[in-house]
Design a protein. Structure first.
Length: 240
């Protein structure tokens, strides 16, 4: 995978201003954005997914331009082939597990039929061990199951990359350890490029090969998580 991201965005509220000025290149299939809450990690992910329009910059994934302010390119989110997994998983409460997963195949706003089981959805239902709960609703399943349903829904559309926004924040510590290991194994078996954001060093250690530390809207350092402990070398001033 190759990714180039250069984005600038100034955001103003009644009592606060925040400037996002992010620039990085990566050829890793597991990228981790690490830093405290409010550093700009989620904004960066939203820009890559097309859910936030930068004021200026350029986003290129595997040679495909998703955003370029100079040429006016801004590919619509549904056409970017980017899957975004929200912190709260954003499952539809009125749809069953099977319908939530099949929704990733839908065009338009029509809900999948309750009894329908497209082959693509069935593949991920089996891959994530969800066959026993396909008829249940999100309120009836555990936090770990919700995460697997959300991942299955994201992957069913065969995205070029999966973006995960604090994927374990809602899980208890024991389940967090297990799901962290499961996600790492899943990513390796599927070989799907992944960008994960977290403020937890243990998430970064397990899930990130290329780690980018973000503070106050900028890249503070870059390193490889294969180093124990990871070493994030501060970037030169012109790069931030």
């Amino acid at each position: 995978m190759s990714m180039h991201v250069t984005i600038r965005k100034r955001m103003t509220s009644a009592d606060r201003q925040f400037a996002l000025d992010i620039a990085f290149d990566s050829d890793s299939r597991r990228v981790a954005l690490f830093g405290p809450s409010g550093a700009g990690k989620s904004l960066t992910l939203r820009a890559i997914a097309g859910l936030l329009a930068p004021d200026s910059g350029r986003i290129v994934l595997n040679g495909r331009i998703l955003f370029d302010s100079e040429t006016g390119i801004d590919v619509r989110p549904q056409e970017r082939r980017v899957a975004y997994l929200f912190q709260d998983y954003a499952l539809f409460p009125h749809l069953t597990v099977a319908q939530n997963i099949a929704f990733g195949l839908s065009r338009g706003w029509r809900n999948p039929a309750r009894q329908a089981m497209p082959p693509e959805a069935a593949r991920w239902i089996d891959a994530f061990g969800l066959r026993d709960i396909v008829s249940q609703y999100p309120a009836q399943i555990s936090g770990g199951q919700k995460q697997r349903v959300a991942l299955a829904r994201a992957l069913v559309a065969r995205p070029d990359i999966v973006l995960l926004d604090e994927p374990f924040s809602a899980l208890d510590p024991a389940l967090r350890v297990r799901m962290r290991a499961e996600l790492r194994a899943l990513q390796e078996s599927l070989d799907v490029p992944m960008v994960v954001i977290s403020h937890d060093p243990e998430d970064v250690e397990v899930l990130g090969d290329h780690v980018l530390e973000i503070r106050d809207g900028r890249i503070y350092g870059s390193g490889r998580a294969s180093q124990h402990p990871p070493v994030y070398a501060p970037l030169p001033l012109h790069a931030v």
